[in-house]
Design a binder for this molecule. Structure first.
Ligand code: AMP
Length: 546
């Protein structure tokens, strides 16, 4: 027997309808690419998104077509997303931090028909546009006054382009399983892989993301997504923020500490989210200027492991709650968030920080398990490491145009490629990427634990640990350090600081100081490059190969 409830497809543009109707006056504030800070609201965003939809339809864009965006977080970019999905086309966010050849590969693989581009990226595109045959036209996200001399195919300023329609348009109707968005993962090997979200998965994920034990946002909040819209579906903030009707602050192209600080305080931002490197910059800036964060209540930090020092400084010095989070592009992207369940709520000080180093527990809609290499489920004791596997309605079941990728297991679990522990209360802690974990004498050493420990040293800005070949143990840890500007330290200082805080056999065999650690386009440490650089490194006490 079927239920007798209405069939109300979970379509993404219903979110902006809701925001416009019930929170229409709520502000959307943008640091524009042209310079000034500009304000609009949800009612206007919806009206203009309808124009985008109408104008796209006029350009012949239809259900299932891919429309790329190469753009920062701005109100125009948000309107473009809702306009694209409102006719059943697919927003395809392209990460401008990728190498130009990767952008060419991704756009051709997705067969994007149009591209919205910010002024910042026009020069980059001009160099590669002749290699993008599927793109029929470029819309530059600006007005006529700021439009550069056009060399891109059929290019037009966004404001002129939407001015050609009147907005008297209705969203198209289609099934909730229709594809809505696309984001390629920046794998460290091989070609990037396309993740294809549906309307249903994005709407369900927005509900999950907004829950009190997830981001916990409400209409009274002022939300600033510092995480770019081109990174992992913007951690759902482009959907969950209008869904709850919170004020939205879009930081545009300026991500430096001072610019972020200005927006946080001027607009009384209460909630924000980004990767650890952004917060490191902000905290360093605050240390210099003596700035305070009186309005900020909560910051979600994820994308890579959040160093203990960041959590501690936010909480103890600035009174801001840190929620550590883990996710993946393939998971829309939220997997777990580290909010305090009653079992841990009484903890304070270092004991609370110990828990906050974990990546947390999943909201409803994410199932999780850890297994050994043979697929056997491992215990949840907070100590046993295993391959982390997940499933749920916002988890990918395949990559775009790839058949039978083994990460999508037959029984419906997705193998994340992460190695983790899960404790008795269901808190997951990432110990490594499966390919980065150091195998020493048949046992595993977590590189992330060692990195977290090393960055706790007051002179260390960034740390990376890699495995280096060892004749007796197979691999041993090498600690690579970038010191804070103007600081000096020795190997003995660093190892002395770590001594006693980790198992003796986990202690790095050596420390090297470098000027810079390489990062991927999404801000993760590029261990493959580091391993390559140190592949012939001879650890102390080891005879160099002939
Ligand atoms: P992406 O799809 O670019 O968001 O990358 C996902 C990967 O980033 C995950 O599989 C993890 O390896 C890593 N990651 C994300 N969040 C965290 C976190 N909080 N701690 C450690 N690693 C993380």
């Amino acid at each position: 027997m079927l239920g007798l409830m209405q069939d109300w497809p979970l379509l993404l543009h219903r979110i902006i309808d809701h925001a416009a109707q019930f929170h229409g006056e709520r502000k959307v504030i943008t640091r524009s690419i042209e310079g000034p800070i500009v304000e609009t609201n949800y009612a206007a965003i919806r009206a203009r998104a309808l124009k985008v939809a109408q104008r796209l339809a006029k350009d012949g864009i239809k259900l299932g077509d891919r429309v790329a965006t190469l753009a920062w977080n701005t109100a125009r970019h948000l309107e473009a997303w809702y306009g694209i999905v409102g006719i059943g086309a697919i927003y395809h966010t392209v990460n401008p931090r990728l190498f130009p050849e990767q952008i060419v590969w991704i756009v051709n693989h997705a067969e994007d028909r149009m591209m919205f581009v910010d002024l910042t990226f026009v020069p980059l595109l001009e160099k590669i546009a002749d290699k993008l045959p599927t793109i029929e036209r470029y819309i530059v996200l600006t007005d006529a006054a700021h439009m550069p001399a056009a060399t891109l195919k059929n290019s037009l300023a966004y404001e002129d382009w939407i001015a050609e329609v009147d907005g008297d348009f209705a969203w198209k109707k289609f099934d909730e399983n229709t594809a809505s968005g696309m984001c390629y993962t920046s794998g460290t090997t091989g070609h990037p892989k396309g993740v294809l979200y549906s309307h249903r998965s994005n709407v369900l994920h927005a509900f999950m993301a907004a829950l009190p034990d997830s981001k916990g946002i409400a209409s009274r909040d002022v939300v600033m997504p510092v995480v770019p819209m081109f990174h992992a579906n913007c951690w759902s903030l482009a959907f969950s923020t209008p869904m709850v009707g919170a004020t939205l602050v879009m930081p545009g192209a300026k991500m430096d500490g001072a610019s972020i600080y200005e927006l946080l305080n001027t607009y009384k931002v209460s909630f924000t989210a980004a990767v650890p490197t952004v917060w490191l910059m902000l905290l360093q800036d605050l240390e210099k200027t003596g700035g305070k964060l009186p309005h900020l209540k909560r910051v979600v930090i994820g994308g890579s492991a959040c160093p203990r020092a960041i959590t501690k400084t936010f909480q103890d010095t600035y009174g801001v709650e840190v929620v550590h989070a883990w996710g993946m592009t393939e998971m829309s992207p939220l997997g777990t968030l580290c909010t305090m369940k009653p079992e841990y709520a009484q903890l304070t000080g270092e004991a609370q920080l110990d828990v906050k180093m974990k990546q947390g527990h999943p909201p409803f809609g994410v199932e999780m398990k850890i297994t050994d290499d043979a697929g056997k489920t491992l215990p949840w004791d907070g100590k046993t490491f295993g391959r982390l596997k997940v499933r749920g309605p916002a988890v990918a079941r395949a990559y775009y145009k790839v058949d039978n990728d083994p990460v999508f297991e037959k029984d419906g679990w997705f193998d994340t490629g992460d190695v983790a522990t899960i404790d008795q209360y269901g808190y997951m802690q990432i110990t490594d990427r499966a390919k980065d974990v150091i195998k020493s004498g048949g046992e595993w050493i977590s590189t992330i634990d060692l990195e977290n420990l090393a960055v706790g040293h007051p002179k260390v800005a960034e740390a990376a640990v890699i495995g280096v070949a060892h004749p007796k143990w197979d691999e041993r840890p090498l600690l690579v350090i970038v010191l804070k500007k103007g600081e000096s330290a020795t190997k003995e200082d660093i190892l002395g600081f770590m001594q006693g805080k980790t198992a003796k056999w986990w202690m790095p065999d050596d420390v090297v100081f470098v000027d810079e650690i390489p990062h991927t386009a999404t801000g993760k440490i590029q261990k493959i490059t580091l391993r390559q650089r140190f592949k012939d490194y001879v650890l102390p006490g080891v005879q160099a190969a002939e």
